[in-house]
Design a protein around this ligand. Structure first.
Ligand SMILES: [Fe+2]
Length: 403
């Protein structure tokens, strides 16, 4: 490795910034006081954003009671967020908020519900269409763009998966169905003001979704820790997330006990924080096109793509391998042989034990699709912060290994 790269993966960094401003409340029976807490963030007339699956569980009624008991009004309920958030859904939510006089957004759901509420809030406040806002740090700022980013309406999130961590993150992933791609919008005002982590929210979560979203959280923690954009602040989040995931993920998925589910909600919200400093990697780059083109659920794609990514990255130099050794140690991997291989095998075992698919060919991705997938992965923002800089051929080989 060159000196530049050494500085990138170890030692004292030339520059980083860190922000984790969401007020998180975690514990039991918090859904009953949603309105009490959200009022403190400036909400008075709330638009509830959710999806049909959550609507069917009875959770919506409990949350609505928690909102109105504290004197807040419910402007409307939007319960038609699709599996992957898209431009049409967020436009409909923003329009509904305007029509019904809402002044705040409450997202109750998984990543696509929360991302939809974030981008709907952006359109509600600043207008335009979702795709207009693609990219990072592009939201309006005071003083001709030099000042503080203008605030959006209050947004609170109650995650029902553990999870994407979107309840505390600064980004939203939106699907462009015509272009068959997923794009990202990221900026500080998109970070929810309030996140409510209550295991009652994941009590009815299907096992397969608990497994897939838990693997997304694990992928955030690992990719965040080994990213070129790691920093000391995000390390603290990533490493404790790994401890909690090791201790709770399998219990939360198989037994579903409240303690394990509560701890996984916390783990997911810790694991995502490094991404707000830009720290992610090519497991995500490989997975985004799998979702955009073949509708592979995000967590499932990450579960499949993470092991091959670990093997590829860890072979990229001693300082990268050293980061993976930290991860391996926290996950209880025996320190023998090449760390990349040993850690990847541990992740594969975990994916298998959670009952998830382990190959892309099992989830509808054909070999003939690789060129289009590679194009998407090369253009993905997460590729830029991967510890190793991949060529298109490297990414094609990773897809072949994951098939
Ligand atoms: Fe993710």
């Amino acid at each position: 490795m060159e000196a530049d790269d050494d500085r990138q993966m170890a030692g004292f960094k030339d520059f980083y910034q860190f922000s984790a401003p969401t007020r998180v409340i975690a514990g039991r029976d918090l859904l009953d006081s949603v309105g009490f807490e959200f009022a403190k963030e400036g909400a008075s007339r709330v638009l509830l954003v959710t999806d049909g699956g959550i609507r069917a569980t009875g959770l919506v009624e409990r949350v609505l009671a928690g909102v109105t008991d504290s004197g807040l009004e419910v402007a409307a309920i939007f319960d038609a967020v699709p599996q992957d958030s898209d431009g049409a859904a967020v436009a409909s939510i923003a329009e509904l908020a305007r029509e019904t006089g809402a002044d705040s957004f409450l997202a109750l759901g998984g990543g696509s519900v929360i991302d939809s509420a974030k981008v709907a809030n952006l359109l509600f406040t600043h207008g335009g269409e979702a795709r207009d806002w693609e990219g990072y740090y592009g939201l309006p700022r005071a003083d001709d763009g030099a000042g503080r980013a203008l605030e959006l309406a209050p947004l609170a999130a109650i995650p029902t998966t553990a999870g994407t961590g979107s309840e505390v993150s600064f980004a939203a992933v939106i699907k462009d169905r015509d272009a068959q791609l997923k794009y990202q919008i990221g900026d500080f005002p998109l970070i929810p003001r309030l996140a409510i982590l209550d295991p009652a929210s994941t009590a009815t979560l299907p096992q397969a979704i608990a497994a897939a979203t838990g693997m997304d959280a694990l992928t955030h923690a690992i990719e965040g820790y080994v990213s070129r954009d790691w920093n000391a602040h995000t390390d603290a989040y990533a490493l404790h997330a790994l401890r909690l995931i090791r201790a709770n993920l399998e219990r939360a998925v198989h037994g579903g006990d409240e303690t394990a589910r509560g701890n996984m909600l916390i783990a997911a919200s810790l694991a995502i924080v490094p991404t707000t400093s830009g720290a992610l990697g090519i497991a995500h780059s490989l997975s985004h096109p799998c979702g955009a083109i073949y509708n592979v659920p995000h967590g499932v794609a990450n579960a499949i793509n993470l092991p091959v990514t670990i093997e590829y990255n860890a072979a990229g130099g001693e300082d990268i391998a050293a980061r993976y050794r930290d991860v391996a140690e926290l996950l209880g991997v025996e320190p023998r042989g090449e760390v990349g291989h040993a850690l990847a095998e541990r992740v594969r075992e975990l994916v298998g034990s959670l009952g998830l698919p382990t190959r892309l060919s099992q989830v509808g991705v054909p070999e003939a699709g690789i060129p289009q997938l590679v194009e998407g992965a090369m253009g993905d923002a997460c590729t830029l912060v991967n510890p190793r800089v991949p060529s298109a051929e490297d990414l094609a080989e990773l897809y072949r290994q994951a098939l």
